[in-house]
Design a protein around this ligand. Structure first.
Ligand code: 1GP
Length: 250
């Protein structure tokens, strides 16, 4: 069943083409800092806020960050969990994701089984997503025990994505890893998108308007940036990215 947040994202993509989501890593910010970042990102036109990171953060701190974000902005707050400790009752939705190229069954289905009852109890909207780590992969790759798909093997990434879609996942995320030196190449995005019908999310290392534009024109429906909002020019940076992707349809 498609819930409110998913419907909102789909409608935005339909109306605007590629959209931008701001990622907050709770480990790197205090609740007031998170509130400041999301205020600026929202003024710049970001469509939703994701909260999550690759490493451990206390659930109490996660709760405080999510609460601060919820109090500050009206756009949806979507959890981006790396484990069951990434679940907060204060968010609107959760990317209910499986790391499709993990060699550890825990990240494929184990954490999901442990987390599902909590998602239900907290009335979080689960949005099924296939998560694929590519390129360098960064910390997410180490923590999730992934075999990252090399950038020169786009058809392997496409096979993962298609399998995810066939299993019923309604979004596919190509992740280069937070702070990746090289974002997902447009050619990989283009090939993956040519295999799937569901929206493609792309993130990791996107810092400039040009990179965002390249990803959107290659077929990304959602561009996620995290690192660039951790500096002082949040507004300018997010505006620049959004300007770059405006009107791009896949
Ligand atoms: C990481 O894809 C996201 O999970 C965002 O990456 O922090 O490099 O923008 P950055």
């Amino acid at each position: 069943m498609v819930g409110h947040v998913e419907k909102y994202l789909l409608e935005k993509i339909e109306a605007e083409g590629a959209i931008h989501i701001t990622l907050i890593d709770p480990e790197k910010v205090t609740p007031p800092q998170a509130a400041r970042i999301v205020t600026k990102a929202t003024l710049s036109g970001t469509s939703a806020i994701m909260v999550g990171g690759s490493t451990f953060v206390s659930t109490t701190h996660l709760d405080s960050v999510v609460k601060a974000v919820k109090r500050t902005v009206k756009i949806p707050v979507i959890l981006f969990p790396n484990n069951i400790t990434g679940i907060s009752r204060h968010a609107d939705a959760i990317w209910f994701m499986s790391l499709l190229n993990s060699v550890d069954p825990y990240f494929l289905m184990g954490a999901q089984i442990l987390g599902a009852p909590l998602v239900k109890k907290y009335h979080l909207e689960p949005i099924p997503m296939g998560y694929i780590i590519v390129g360098d992969g960064g910390t997410a790759s180490i923590v999730g025990k992934a075999v990252p798909v090399p950038y020169n093997k786009p058809e392997v990434a496409a096979a993962h994505a298609l399998a995810g879609q066939y299993l019923g996942m309604r979004f596919i995320y190509l992740e280069a890893g937070s702070g990746a030196k090289k974002p997902v190449p447009p050619e990989m995005i283009r090939i993956v998108k040519s295999y799937i019908d569901v929206p493609l999310v792309v993130g990791g290392g996107i810092k400039t308007r040009g990179q965002a534009l390249a990803a959107a024109s290659a077929g990304a429906s959602i561009i996620v940036t995290g690192n660039i909002v951790e500096n002082t020019e949040v507004r300018e940076k997010v505006s620049e990215i959004i300007e770059g992707i405006k009107g791009h349809r896949s």
